[in-house]
Design a protein around this ligand. Structure first.
Ligand SMILES: [Zn+2]
Length: 62
C-alpha cells in the first residue's frame, strides 16, 4: 500500500486496505470510495471482529 494513506473512516494512518465492496458489508463507506477502502488499526480490528461474527453465523447455518 502506498505510504501515507489515511483510514477511510477516520483520519488515522491506514494499516490495511480492503475492496470497497468488502468494506461496505461492515461499514458505512462512501459510494465514491470505489476501488480500495483504507482502514486504520482500530477499524481493521473492528472489521475483523465483524467478519468473524458473520463467518460464525454462516457456520451455524450449516
Ligand atoms: Zn479508522
Amino acid at each position: 500500500m502506498s505510504k501515507g494513506e489515511k483510514c477511510s473512516l477516520c483520519s488515522e494512518p491506514a494499516v490495511r486496505s480492503l475492496s470497497a465492496s468488502e468494506a461496505s458489508k461492515y461499514f458505512e463507506v462512501e459510494a465514491e470510495a470505489r476501488g480500495r477502502v483504507y482502514l486504520c488499526k482500530r477499524h481493521y480490528k473492528e472489521y475483523k471482529k465483524r467478519s468473524e461474527e458473520v463467518r460464525e453465523l454462516e457456520r451455524l447455518r450449516w
